[in-house]
Design a protein around this ligand. Sequence first.
Ligand code: AHR
Length: 507
Amino acid sequence: AHARLVVDDEFKVGPVHDRVFGSFVEHLGRCVYTGIYEPGHPTADEEGFRQDVIDLVKELGATTIRYPGGNFVSGYNWEDGVGPKQDRPRCLDLAWHSTETNQFGLHEMASWLHKAGGNELMEAVNLGTRGLAEALDLLEYANIPEGTARSDERIRNGAKDPFNIRMWCLGNEMDGPWQTGHKNAEDYGKLAASVAAGMRMIDPDLELVVCGSSSHTMNTFGKWEETVLEQTFDKVNFVSAHAYYFPQILPDGSRDMASFLASGVDMDGFIKDVGSAIDATKSRLKSDHNVYISFDEWNVWYMGEEPSRNPEGIGNWPVAPRLLEDIYSAADAVVVGDLLITLLQNADRVHAASLAQLVNVIAPIMTEPNGPAWRQTTFYPFSLTADWAKGGSVLEPKIESPQYHTERYGDVASTNAVAVRGTDGSVSVFVTNRSLDDECAFDIKLPEGFTPHEIEARTLHDDDIFAANTLHDQNRVEPYTNDSASMHDGSVSVVLPPVSWTAIHIR
Ligand code: AHR
């Protein structure tokens, strides 16, 4: 098969937003405890932060970190996680049927982010069991320099300087019946509008994210966005979108890999649909304010399968159980790369995104307690894209591609790609071959007058599409240099193996 991408400087989608390379740390399973925080671990520093994990987070290139949930936040009292550690309460975490020890809270997160490379904190407030008053308390505690009860308490707790958190989520997945304090769109919209207005009385320049839908397939999808945005439009900057994909099991017991590899088609449609809801609301309200999409949970997640079963029982609330510890395959990494391509293609709409999550819980980084940390297959498309795309401009993807058939989405392009023009004049192209069977000869037509002197192509592919990196085989799947890449007369050619993700850096 043959496919072709035309890289044209004249047509820009928008800048590559740094925040598109965000990730997510939730108090869930072992993301925090024995993930980023493990006092006593051989690499832990004086605050109990694992240095091996910090090193991998830096290498991953994650920017904004969403915290502390997720479903967890909808039952969380942020005050329980500040102050002397010995006084912090042990609490029930209803979302994940676990015990929250509160040994890690806002101060630890701020300090960890500083050590992990100065990443931005994106804080979520609890609009499940709590509301306006507690959100205002938290904002005062976090952002007021000094001289009020809450800000002085923060200083007593060790943080002289305010945390200066710019981006805030107004709750989490409030459309989901599983959410503690789940609400209908009317009630949530009213609450979110009042919380947004209150928070802006403290600081009008905050960037606020209102909850959109937990998935494209929610029954309330669309109507939810319009109802919530109608009430909050001028008070918020983002509406969230969440999406998780996995290969469905077919009646014959096999997995629907063809549809799974085309997950980007669904994500793209989801973004376009939310974009339409934004535009419709904006014009109905005659507003000149802009609202963008924060795609603040996205990933492959084998939802509903064994690792994602919550603990059960009135007397059984474990601390940091192994939960959602999905082990990712080469095919999963191709899908993650494809989703990231899709997010970039929509840079005009999607100004922020968070790969959910960062460590151990549906994560690119895995750890063992008192043991090593390693990169899952999905680590690589994220880190390479972040490395080569940050700071650049996304060009309109003009792609000619063969099609293939999927059960879920009908006929779809077998090649998905995006080009980013770097400020240094380089061109980076990220491309997937979704086909299960066919190799693809991929040509990139370079911009007029661009005469590169160097190309580097890195491909992630394994002949066994289910191959994975595990504790005992940590480097089984890694990107390799794709030697087929060549340059001739204003274009670059590269051969893409079936089920593969490739990054090409041309300068
Ligand atoms: O990321 C795992 C969970 O997925 C989050 O807690 C929740 O927001 C979503 O349903």
